[in-house]
Every structure is written in structure tokens, then in C-alpha cells.
Design a protein around this ligand. Structure first.
Ligand SMILES: Cc1cc2nc3c(=O)[nH]c(=O)nc-3n(C[C@H](O)[C@H](O)[C@H](O)COP(=O)(O)OP(=O)(O)OC[C@H]3O[C@@H](n4cnc5c(N)ncnc54)[C@H](O)[C@@H]3O)c2cc1C
Length: 459
């Protein structure tokens, strides 16, 4: 896809409220603003300085970021590209050195700092004229026949439509779906740390990690638990995560206790234990992993409010693509609104968005559970014959996708499908994939048990 022409500036006059300034909200704001919409983002945090560790942005995200001024070059400055992901037993035996593709179709896979990347998005959004209002907690959402609005800090604001990117705890989701569902515990939490790489130099076992020119990406696996260490030489930062079975309290960002973290991996590979010992106490959080059932309804009854990102489809970290899917959502919604704005048909654009995105994200949500399950309930006999069974999936259907081009290419077909009932086939999923709805409870029933390999849809 070439650069945008004047012809694409089709959203003049459209006023959009975006709720949330995470990747989904900022991506939506940027994509809409680039096409001429007037966008205001309401974010409950007081500013953009959020704590963050590492995020992997697939080439399916960077293909879109490339079209956003200096966003990708800025993010690349703070990124690292590990050549391999090493899968290791808890005793320290290497099972698989998975070669990680550095790019798909010339678009890099990027491992970068979450907070830094978000700040780059924010600066770019501001440069486009997006108004971001911090400290604005949205408490009410409504729509009328020709407008949609919010109440933030007791003040009413109205626009032509709302893009709700308010994350896994989404308030908008209940309004849109009519179902008062709450995020469900996934049964696991993650000890997450993000600290200066120099700390690793202090122990002879971790020194080689810090001295390696190639960024490190190591995963230790065992039943019901896995640990990850990464380094980012560009930023001189390291991470150490331990995903563990847990029922942590409702607070979802508890300070972590280093002794508890250590206990989780007691007796494991001495290098992992040494890495845990390098973590400064104030750099550790215990983060409860939440998700929600895939839901088919992302659009309000009046058609003026759309859910995007984790508000529509929360991802577990093991999918490695929740942020990238949120970015795909934002660019998709902008294309569809632009293509329908001449007729002022926002509900049609939003319904097309839901149709183009639901099957893909239902699958990428499931991928998070499947990868975790493969690592936690490993079929060691099968792995002995084929270690690739443990790989981190980075397939062409996922990483090779250009969501903006997909929305352009599929526009006529999806509109015809919605208006005339003609068949529509998603091609942003694996070839031959037949969509099946699923629920969290169905997946959780298989925790602690092996499953037939055909049960996995993404591996
Ligand atoms: C530990 C972990 C690791 C992950 N690793 C990866 C990875 O490597 N790669 C990847 O692609 N994805 C990863 N993900 C998933 C990814 O982080 C999320 O899918 C992505 O950030 C979702 O973006 P979002 O904008 O939809 O939601 P969020 O980033 O949650 O943003 C929602 C925003 O809305 C604001 N908000 C909420 N309610 C209100 C309100 N009422 N009023 C105003 N504002 C409100 C919040 O303050 C927040 O800023 C990971 C997730 C976790 C938990």
C-alpha cells in the first residue's frame, strides 16, 4: 500500500470521542485523525508516564506504524531483535532454540519498551492535533439517534461516535453488550520486573546474559509455571517474569514480593535463580492475569459506539499480540469510517469492523491460552520427537497481515455481506480455518490436563 493521498482524507467533519490512551485508543486516534477526523481522547490516568516493561510488536503492527511519520524509527531506537528464543527445562536443559523471524515482508518484529512506545504514539497523536485529556475518568456512556456521549469527571461531552478503548476493565463493554460481565481470573498471575541490565553483571551466572551482544530471550517451562528473561541492549534494561498459579486479590497491580517469586522457582536452573536475585525489590509487581470471553457484540444497539482492543478482546501475554491487535483495530476502524462517511453511515462502518475483526481476534485470544497450555502441560514424549511443538507461533496469517490493506480490499465484500447477506470469508485467519466460538470456562476445564493436539487451533 502506498502513502496516503488527499483522496484518503475522507473524514472531515467527523467528531470522535476515544476512551482510553493505551495502544488501542492512541492507534485509533492517530488513524482517524490522519484521515481528517477531529478526535478527543479521555484517559483516566493523570499523565502518560506509565510504568511499563517490554512489549513485542509483530510485523503486523509495524507495517501500520511505518505509515505514521517517525513513529517506527523512534520505537526502533529503543528496541532489540533477539535472533532466537531459547526454550529450557526447569533444570536448565535447552530443548529448543527457535529462530525468530526478524521481519515479514520487510516489516520488523520489534521487542521494545511498552511505556516508551506508548509515549511515541502519544507525541505523534498530539502532532496530528489529537486532543488528549488526562485525569478524565469516564463514568457514563450514552447514545442518541444522531450522537454519542460520555460523562467524564461529571462533565458531559458529545460527538458523532465513540471508540471505546478502555481495556480489560472496560466500562463501555457492559453498555455495548448489555451483559454485565466482569473480567475473569485466568487462574494465573505474573511476577514482572524491568530493571537495569547492569544488575546482571553482579553474578557470574547472569553476567553472560548482560555481556551478550545478541539480545537474550529465554523461557524456562514446567508444569503450571513458566519464567522468562530478556535483555534489551539498546536500552540497557532486563526483564525477568514468572507466570504462576495464583488467586491474587482484586487489586491487579500489587507490589511483588521477591521471596515469593523466588519460592515459585526454587530448585530450578541456577541461572534463573541468579537472575531473580538480581531484581531490585522496588522493580517487581505481581500482576493478575485477567481476560474475558470472546463476545460477538462490539457495537452498541444504536451503532455509534464501538469497542476496540482489550475492551473487545483481552489477550493473555502468551499470545504476544494483544497490543498489535489493538493497533490493527484502530487502523481498521478508520478505513471503514472513511469509506462510509460520504453517506454518514457510522453504524454500517462499525458493523463491518466487527465482522472483519471478530474471527481473527477470537483466535489470537485463544492462542494465548494454547501457548501457555503447551508450556504448562507439556507432552514430553511428543516434544522429544519434535521440539518445535513448543515454539512461539509467528505464522504468516498473523504476522504477515496488513490490516489497513485488508480493510480496503474487503470493504465491498463485507458491506455486501452485511446488506445483502452474500457469503463472506475471513482471510486474516489460518488458511482453511473454520471459526468456532469458545469460552474461558471451556479452556479452564483443561487446566492441569493434556489435550489432544487437534484441540489447538493456532499451533
Ligand atoms: C503482562 C502482559 C504482557 C503483554 N505482552 C504483550 C506483548 O508482548 N505483545 C502484545 O502485543 N501484547 C501484549 N500484551 C497485551 C497488551 O498489553 C494489551 O492487549 C494491549 O495493551 C491492549 O491495549 P488497549 O489500548 O486495548 O488497553 P489498555 O492498554 O489497557 O488501555 C486502556 C486505557 O484505558 C484507560 N481507561 C480505562 N477505563 C477508563 C475510564 N473509565 N475512563 C478513561 N480512561 C479509562 C486506562 O487507564 C488505560 O490507559 C501483554 C499483556 C500483559 C498483561
Amino acid at each position: 500500500m502506498g502513502s496516503m493521498s488527499e483522496h484518503d482524507w475522507a473524514l472531515d467533519g467527523l467528531r470522535v470521542i476515544v476512551i482510553g490512551a493505551g495502544f488501542g485508543g492512541l492507534a485509533s486516534a492517530i488513524a482517524l485523525s490522519k484521515r481528517g477526523a477531529s478526535v478527543t481522547v479521555y484517559e483516566s490516568y493523570p499523565d502518560m508516564t506509565k510504568q511499563g516493561d517490554v512489549i513485542m510488536m509483530g510485523s503486523n503492527a509495524t507495517v501500520l506504524l511505518k505509515r505514521w511519520g517517525n513513529v517506527l524509527p523512534e520505537i526502533m531506537k529503543a528496541s532489540s531483535l533477539p535472533s532466537h528464543m531459547n526454550l529450557i527445562t526447569k533444570e536448565g536443559k535447552l530443548i529448543l532454540a527457535q529462530k525468530l523471524p526478524s521481519e515479514f515482508h520487510g516489516n520488523p518484529n520489534v521487542y521494545t519498551a511498552r511505556g516508551g512506545a506508548q509515549a511515541v504514539f502519544y507525541e505523534y497523536a498530539k502532532s496530528l492535533g489529537v486532543d488528549v485529556v488526562f485525569g478524565a475518568r469516564v463514568s457514563e456512556i450514552y447514545e442518541t439517534a444522531d450522537a454519542a456521549g460520555i460523562v467524564a469527571n461529571g462533565v458531559k461531552h458529545e460527538a458523532d461516535c465513540i471508540v471505546a478503548a478502555d481495556g480489560v476493565h472496560s466500562k463501555a463493554r457492559g453498555f455495548v453488550t448489555g451483559i454485565p460481565d466482569r473480567p475473569k481470573k485466568s487462574g494465573f498471575a505474573v511476577y514482572r520486573s524491568w530493571f537495569p541490565m547492569s544488575r546482571l553483571l553482579e553474578n557470574p551466572l547472569t553476567k553472560p546474559l548482560a555481556e551478550s551482544e545478541n539480545p537474550i530471550f529465554k523461557i524456562w517451562i514446567s508444569e503450571d509455571i513458566h519464567a522468562i528473561c530478556t535483555t534489551n541492549p539498546s536500552l540497557q534494561r532486563a526483564t525477568c517474569f514468572v507466570t504462576h498459579k495464583a488467586n491474587v486479590k482484586e487489586d491487579w497491580n500489587l507490589p511483588g514480593n521477591i521471596d515469593d517469586m523466588r519460592r515459585c522457582v526454587e530448585g530450578w536452573d541456577p541461572q534463573l535463580l541468579a537472575a531473580v536475585n538480581c531484581i531490585p525489590e522496588d522493580c517487581l509487581i505481581d500482576y493478575k492475569l485477567l481476560w474475558r470471553d470472546p463476545v460477538r457484540k462490539w457495537i452498541s444497539d444504536g451503532g455509534r459506539i464501538a469497542l476496540v482492543g482489550d475492551a473487545a478482546h483481552p489477550h493473555l501475554p502468551t499470545s504476544g499480540t494483544g497490543g498489535s491487535q489493538a493497533i490493527e483495530d484502530g487502523t481498521t476502524i478508520a478505513v471503514l469510517l472513511a469509506r462510509t462517511w460520504a453517506n454518514r453511515d457510522i453504524p454500517l462502518a462499525f458493523r463491518a469492523f466487527e465482522r472483519l475483526r471478530y474471527e481473527r481476534t477470537s483466535l489470537t485470544q485463544r492462542m494465548g491460552w494454547e501457548t501457555r497450555h503447551v508450556w504448562h502441560q507439556t507432552d514430553w514424549e511428543a516434544v522429544a520427537k519434535n521440539p518445535e511443538l513448543l515454539s512461539l507461533p509467528q505464522p504468516e496469517w498473523l504476522n504477515g497481515c496488513d490490516a489497513e490493506k485488508y480493510a480496503e480490499d474487503k470493504f465491498d465484500a463485507v458491506i455486501s455481506h452485511l446488506q445483502k447477506g452474500t457469503p463472506f470469508e475471513s482471510t486474516n485467519v489460518p488458511p482453511g480455518h473454520v471459526h468456532e466460538d469458545w469460552t474461558i470456562d471451556q479452556m479452564l476445564a483443561f487446566e492441569g490436563k493434556k489435550v489432544d493436539k487437534d484441540f489447538y487451533k493456532t499451533r
